[in-house]
Design a protein around this ligand. Structure first.
Ligand SMILES: Cc1cc2nc3c(=O)[nH]c(=O)nc-3n(C[C@H](O)[C@H](O)[C@H](O)COP(=O)(O)OP(=O)(O)OC[C@H]3O[C@@H](n4cnc5c(N)ncnc54)[C@H](O)[C@@H]3O)c2cc1C
Length: 394
């Protein structure tokens, strides 16, 4: 091996960079950190292609806690991540999520909101009349009620957050190496180093796997089965003369979502689960047909002012999708203790990056969780085939 680092982080997107930042901010940590990133322009990273929204409306307490930590961090991002003398804004807005339910799933929505509130989230259930009072521009046909985030839900500039983590981590001493990890060396139950595409290698004390949608492929280099796969999602940008005061992120009963962004709007939908196949890792073509059906008919019926709109752009990115249970895989491998996972967030990683990065830093420095106990999302459940199902996957 031509170099040595106490910690090697594979992947320098929001997860790898948040982990590096929290590690180097911990006064108890005195080691070296190297982040290996194969695409330093981040052309294909999820973190550069994210819709970057944040919600508290989950069905799993741990997800609620990770996102509550996220919103507190984002509100105070300048204090955490600005470089000396710099003004830092990530454009956080908190108009809420409005998640609609039919009569069939209203009870479940109510139970979820009760759970969210019990864990500290400021969410509520709106009746159709209450929805109309708040948002007179919305139609409520077929809607029995909706979960609504009174505070703590909205959107932000995710790529700016990732770059802020990266610049701050680098300023604290993280070394970023532009190369691809093509091999991982193991000696029994320890990772001993990584091999790079330029023919060099880095010996390490501990390794963090933060390779986003490529995480399953990187784990396989170490002979580890990790069910994290790339799943393609298209995001559409459109302009409309519609004036929608206080417009939240609206999620219709069929999963179509729409939210304001700058002078226009973003919209998207996940394919039905039975059609959602692993993506070709090089395919970033937008699936235009999703806008024609179901997105446009859905949003035009729900928000009649969208009868008039013009699609002006869009993009496709890959979720780092955990096919076992759509939840993150965080923390040490139970049988390879110097390997940490921070991946598999399945569409809600940007908002949970601060909490996850901090959790991994705590594991690396203190050998346990201090702030949020993320044991439930550990690799042991993957090994044992025990899913922790999140019902609110978007
Ligand atoms: C279309 C879309 C919409 C989304 N919307 C939201 C949202 O609204 N809210 C939300 O919270 N989350 C959202 N997400 C999810 C969120 O963006 C991701 O969970 C998050 O960005 C994952 O960050 P990451 O660092 O794990 O992955 P990435 O950003 O992909 O970073 C991983 C990095 O690892 C590098 N890498 C991979 N393999 C190797 C290797 N062998 N060697 C070296 N480097 C390697 C890659 O180049 C990449 O830069 C969305 C994602 C997509 C695609």
């Amino acid at each position: 091996m031509s170099a040595t680092s106490d910690i090697v982080i594979v992947g320098g997107g929001v997860m790898g960079s948040a982990t590096a930042f929290f590690l180097l901010s911990d006064p108890a940590f005195t080691g070296s950190v190297t982040v290996v990133e194969k695409d330093p322009a981040y052309r294909f990273a999820s973190s550069a292609l994210s819709a970057s929204s944040i919600r508290q409306q989950f069905s799993t307490p741990l997800n609620i806690h990770l996102s509550l930590f996220g919103i507190a961090f984002l509100r105070d991002v300048e204090r955490h991540l600005a470089l000396p003398g710099e003004r830092l804004s990530i454009g956080l807005r908190e108009p809420g999520y409005l998640i609609m339910a039919t009569g069939d799933n209203l009870d479940l929505l109510r139970r979820n909101v009760e759970l969210q509130r019990a864990h500290g989230a400021n969410t509520t259930v709106l009746s159709p009349d209450e929805m109309k009072q708040r948002f007179p521009w919305i139609e409520t046909d077929g809607v029995a009620g909706a979960g609504f985030g009174l505070t703590g839900e909205g959107s932000f500039d995710g790529p700016a957050l990732m770059q802020a983590f990266r610049r701050k981590a680098a300023s604290l001493g993280a070394r970023y190496v532009a190369a691809e990890v093509v091999g991982i060396d193991r000696a029994g139950s320890r990772i001993t180093g990584v091999r790079l595409s330029d023919g060099t290698g880095i010996a390490c004390g501990q390794m963090v796997l933060a390779a986003g949608p490529w995480s399953g492929a990187v784990a396989a280099l170490a002979g580890i089965d990790l069910p994290v796969r790339p799943r393609k999602r298209s995001v559409f940008v459109f302009r409309s003369p519609a004036v929608l005061p206080a417009c939240p992120l609206v999620i219709d009963t069929n999963g179509v979502w729409v939210r304001p962004e700058g002078d226009g709007f973003l919209a998207g939908v996940s394919p039905p689960e039975h059609e959602d196949a692993d993506a070709d890792p090089t395919d970033f073509e937008i699936d235009h047909h999703f806008f024609e059906d179901p997105i446009w008919p859905t949003i035009a019926a729900r928000i009649p002012a969208f009868e008039s709109l013009r699609v002006t752009g869009g993009w496709a990115g890959h979720y780092e999708y955990n096919t076992l249970d759509h939840n993150a895989v965080i923390g040490p491998h139970p049988d390879i203790p110097n390997l940490q996972f921070v991946t598999g967030f399945s569409g809600h990683g940007m908002q949970q990056s601060a909490a996850a990065g901090r959790a991994i830093a705590e594991q690396l420095v203190h050998g346990r969780y201090l702030t949020i106990d993320a044991t439930e999302f550990g690799y042991a459940r993957i090994r044992d085939g025990r899913p922790v199902r999140e019902l609110n996957v978007i």
